[in-house]
Design a protein around this ligand. Structure first.
Ligand code: TNX
Length: 630
């Protein structure tokens, strides 16, 4: 088939900001997100924890050279909670034990017995979940067991609450030759601890089929870990709109992301090239809007599968994520990036006629007609979409997009943001938007604004006469009360090519090699590198980091040419694996590990040990040449 012959992609350089609001130059930074645990990650045998190969690096790690724990078929997974713990919390803890058993089973072939711990194993003094001290020093190790122990009653913990408290994921882990114990004040903390435990086991444990036990057996080195994330919001974004990813691929990504301690999956569910989620009461959105992908015009769907998620599909994704304490954030972009919606609903256009279905590669297409006169139709659309999506989504956030609307007529952009914000608030959810969203007159309480400006273009101008609009939007975001998620494309856009040898990926934000993805600080991304008194976003307003996999051009040599046919497109799993690995773990560590403990030189020797794990999982990772792989 034919595909559109759009020009090669490039994004306009941000315009210069009209005037610099002097008052908005914030001077004197508060420290970055407080991390209260001791910074002692050098207790390991070689002084840097390298031999353990943990990614992300925990806050604190000690090895005393004791004998390892050996996982046997007779090892029990014991979950321990106090008697007064609420049923849903108790069930969540049990679920962590089940998931660990499921994760250990394929490679070891062990069907580990699980047990709810004897209350005798629990200290009688466990207090209120908010204030418990979790320490690796006094963990009771139950012989022959992996013990997952909830400390306190987790009373304040809500699996669907906002991701604002890094301490909520704190855990401690102790392994001795007797057993392994993980303690945390929340089920989420326990789960993060289990992901550390899996990395402490030999690489073949990651395999999806039974493996012979490694020499020495399935060992866990004697170790004490105390850990918690730097940022509470650690996202992976997946663009399922330009290219559709079947449910199984999304579940696989959730597993991968959770293994590196990400806790958010943002799904870009609607764009010009496709609408990917069934909306109750608005069937035309998928009937018409889901027939296209970038490079796939209507009529080219010969897969026999729908290119959208049904309510059941979406529920599967949300449930799978919830088992791994990953919050799904659905994104419906607007008022730009909406040709799929406009092709389904003519009323979103000023002349009332539906748009042609779009399968090209351009951005900056016409926005929804958000004139005052047309707002009733826009409100209907937003009401239907937002209420349906809020009903399907247990997590607290709805992402409204807001990017790349070239020259909107006066008031149109604000009309749209105001109406969309109101719908999200009425639906009881919290708004997330791209940095342009900060142009909204007001931002509802709790709003997160995601910064996607290229650092290499924006940073030097911060606080000067040539500060860009993008930086200005972030000042507005902070002034309007929002917190900030950092996703500079020259660091965290995993759809960028690594280097000249990358066979796919874009490069409008430059190459993103492994070091580029790793070696930056979210807290100071919007502080001038030339004068640290020039601050657009104070460090204490940065609450998260996102790694994004966009899907504009999922074909070979996409940056150089348009595809000749759909045969040029690579299977989605190949596209994901190649672009996510090895960079995804790099961004994971940016989001998790305190800045003072991060160092590319010590990251790489830990990371290379993961190659065997990726192989065991049959991940088609990119063997980038700037790293010495084993
Ligand atoms: C920018 S990030 C976009 C996306 C593209 C991506 C490609 C953002 C808010 N907009 O529409 O897919 O670049 O790298």
């Amino acid at each position: 088939m034919d595909v559109r012959t759009d020009p090669a992609p490039d994004r306009p350089a941000p315009r210069r900001r009209r005037a610099l609001a002097a008052a908005a130059v914030v001077v004197g930074l508060a420290a970055a997100t407080a991390v209260t645990l001791a910074v002692t990650s050098d207790g390991a045998a070689d002084g840097s924890g390298t031999t353990l190969g943990l990614v992300p690096m925990p806050v604190s790690l000690e090895q005393d050279g004791g004998d390892p724990f050996v996982l046997e078929p007779t090892t029990r997974v014991v979950t321990v909670v106090d008697a007064d713990v609420a049923g849903d919390v108790r069930a969540a803890v049990t679920g962590v034990g089940e998931t660990l058993g499921e994760q250990l089973a394929p490679a070891t072939g062990f069907d580990l017995a699980r047990a709810d711990g004897p209350s005798a194993a629990v200290d009688g003094d466990a207090g209120d979940g908010d204030t418990v001290e979790v320490s690796a020093d006094d963990l009771d190790v139950v012989p022959g067991s992996i013990t997952l122990r909830l400390v306190g009653d987790a009373a304040g913990w809500d699996p669907n609450g906002p991701l604002t408290d890094p301490a909520a994921e704190r855990y401690a882990l102790a392994a001795t030759s007797d057993g392994v114990t993980i303690e945390a004040a929340t089920p989420a903390g326990l789960f993060r601890g289990t992901q550390t435990l899996l990395q402490l086991l030999p690489a073949p444990v990651a395999a999806t089929s039974e493996q012979p036990a490694p020499a020495g057996g399935w060992t866990v080195p004697a170790v004490r870990v105390e850990d918690q994330p730097r940022y509470a919001y650690r996202a992976v974004g997946l663009d399922v709109a330009r290219r559709f990813y079947p449910v199984e691929d999304v579940l696989r990504l959730i597993d991968q992301a959770a293994s590196y301690k990400f806790d958010v999956l943002r799904l870009h569910l609607a764009d010009d090239q496709g609408w990917r989620i069934a909306i109750d009461g608005m069937p035309e959105l998928t009937e018409i809007g889901a027939r296209t992908q970038s490079g796939f015009a209507p009529g080219t769907n010969d897969t026999g599968e729908d290119w959208y998620y049904t309510a059941e599909d979406y529920a599967r994704i949300v449930d799978h994520a919830a088992r791994r304490f990953v919050t799904v954030v659905p994104e419906i972009d607007g008022p730009g990036h909406t040709l799929a919606a406009q092709s389904a609903i003519g009323a979103l256009r000023c002349d009332g006629t539906p748009a042609e279905p779009y399968s090209g590669f351009d951005v900056g297409n016409p926005m929804i007609c958000s004139s005052d006169e047309n707002m009733p139709a826009v409100r209907d659309y937003l009401h239907g979409v937002v209420t349906a999506l809020a009903d399907m989504t247990p997590g607290p956030y709805l992402h409204l997009g807001g990017d790349e609307v070239p020259d909107p007529p006066d008031g149109w952009y604000e009309n749209y943001t105001e109406a969309a914000n109101a719908e999200v608030v009425a639906a009881g959810k919290t708004v997330i938007g791209w940095h342009e969203w900060a142009q909204s007159e007001t931002l509802p309480p709790g709003t997160l604004v995601e910064y996607w400006g290229v650092g290499g273009r924006n940073r030097a101008g911060i606080g000067t006469q040539v500060e860009t609009d993008e930086v200005g939007y972030m000042r507005d975001a902070v002034d309007k009360g929002a917190d900030v998620v950092m996703m500079p494309p020259d660091r965290t856009y995993l759809d960028m090519r690594y280097d000249d040898w990358s066979t796919y990926g874009l490069q409008w934000a430059g190459f993103v090699d492994l070091e580029q993805a790793y070696d930056w600080d979210p807290a100071t991304e919007l502080t001038s590198p030339l004068d640290d008194s020039l601050v657009a976003v104070p460090a204490d307003r940065v609450v998260g980091v996102e790694a994004a996999l966009w899907s504009d051009r999922t074909y070979q040599n996409g940056v150089l040419a348009l595809p000749d046919s759909t045969d040029d497109f690579v299977p989605v799993q190949q596209y994901m694996d190649y672009l996510l690995y090895p960079r995804l773990p790099a961004v994971a560590e940016v989001a998790w590990t305190p800045q003072a403990q991060r160092d590319y030189a010590t990251f790489v020797p830990r990371l290379v040990q993961h190659a065997a794990r990726w192989d065991a999982q049959q991940i088609g990772w990119n063997r980038v040449t700037d790293v010495d792989w084993p």
